[in-house]
Write a protein that binds this ligand. Structure first.
Ligand code: GLU
Length: 288
């Protein structure tokens, strides 16, 4: 009896799968609420999105205020998520056509080069080294490297106090490289993600976490009893949308979106990072 049931279940699953395939070929359930028409020619990335009827976006999901996934509700939030959605929408993809893929700092270039994602939006600094492998639209935000310490720690008040300390950051990030290159008396600890560094800081395994101040402020605001940001930003980080190298059509499209005088950027900022009360201006695009 049990065998018969499982066979039946298998047959039913196969039928469903087949129906799913056939349906995918012959019907277009999204057509009724299709967003505005998009004119974008000569972009292989966009053509592949249209073909797949899906946009795959690389993101962070442990950075409150920027790219965050609420494990309870399954909801994603933050400035980067809204920028990612704005790009998708401008390309004609509604929210239900977006597939988010969480990718840590060290794996971003390879995810883009390998075609695992169509684009990446997640505190991704535009650098010449990264530009050897990928391209960037933007910048769409500017921040700088900062320091997060325990709320009761008075021994670190700026980057000048890092000698003899152990500082945590993410593998493959610009801030950890800055420490390794320019702070020879500072020990480093690294993890895939910044939330792991924050845990290590709370456990007393490291003295500080360093990365972009915008990221650190998100952690501090979630746990101000235990964490504080100290000092002033000591690098310049220009956030870009990571794209497959050579897709100039897509890069131009996104840059145009950022520059065409609409107030979308401002409203996204106001609803996310701007909630902290800090006013900033949208940066000028670097259409290299
Ligand atoms: N913006 C820096 C970077 O791209 C640090 C933040 C991050 O790792 O995402 O490396």
């Amino acid at each position: 009896m049990r065998k018969k049931l499982s066979l039946l279940a298998t047959a039913a699953t196969a039928a469903l799968l087949l129906a799913g395939c056939a349906g995918g070929d012959t019907t277009d359930p999204g057509s009724s609420d299709a967003p505005a028409e998009v004119t974008l020619t000569g972009s292989p990335t966009y053509d592949a999105m249209v073909e797949a009827d899906t946009v795959r976006i690389g993101v962070k999901e442990d950075q409150p205020g920027l790219g965050f996934l609420d494990a309870g509700t399954g909801e994603r939030s933050g400035f980067d998520i809204e920028i990612a959605k704005w790009v998708a929408e401008s390309l004609g993809f509604s929210d239900d056509k977006i597939e988010y893929i969480a990718i840590p700092s060290a794996n971003r270039e390879s995810a883009i080069v390998n075609g695992d994602i169509d684009y990446y939006v997640g505190t991704y600094s535009i650098t010449d080294k990264r530009k050897e492998q990928i391209d960037f639209a933007g910048p769409y935000f500017i921040t700088g490297q900062g320091i997060l310490v325990a709320a009761d720690d008075d021994s670190i008040t700026s980057e000048n106090d890092l000698a003899g300390k152990t500082v945590c950051s993410a593998t493959g990030s610009t801030p950890i490289q800055n420490i390794k290159d320019n702070y020879p008396d500072t020990e480093t600890e690294e993890f895939d993600t910044y939330s792991q560094c924050v845990e290590a800081l709370k456990d007393g395994q490291v003295d500080a976490v360093t990365t972009d101040q915008a990221i650190l402020l998100g952690y501090a605001s979630q746990d101000s009893e235990n964490l504080k940001v100290v000092g002033e930003p000591f690098s310049v980080e220009n956030y870009g949308v990571g794209l497959p190298k050579g897709d100039d059509a897509l890069r131009g499209f996104i840059n145009d979106m950022f520059t065409d005088g609409n107030d979308t950027w401002q409203s996204i900022y106001d609803e996310t990072l701007g909630q902290s009360g800090t006013a900033v201006e949208q940066p000028a695009v670097d259409a290299y």
